[in-house]
Write a protein that binds this ligand. Structure first.
Ligand code: ZN
Length: 79
């Protein structure tokens, strides 16, 4: 997990971009396109970074991560 991912995640939480829809379902605005948002649960995300992670690291037993997933983690800790 890069420090950059963490910083982006914290910023999403701080600027109120993380919205809880229901238990374990969150909507997070895209930082690159304000008209776009992603639905995120505690272990999946719709964004390209998340999908690409498994493409590039397939079979290494790693858990995919992205700034949105991390933002949900921070959000849950703080609220
Ligand atoms: Zn994501």
């Amino acid at each position: 997990m890069s420090a950059n991912t963490l910083r982006k995640a914290k910023k999403l939480v701080d600027s109120g971009e993380v919205v809880k829809i229901e238990e374990d379902l969150y909507q997070i605005k895209s930082s690159s396109d304000p008209n776009k948002s992603y639905f995120v649960t505690s272990d999946t995300c719709e964004c390209l970074g998340f999908k690409n992670f498994y493409k590039f690291h397939h079979g290494k037993g790693l858990m995919a991560n992205c700034s949105h997933l991390e933002a949900v983690r921070i959000f849950k800790k703080e609220k």
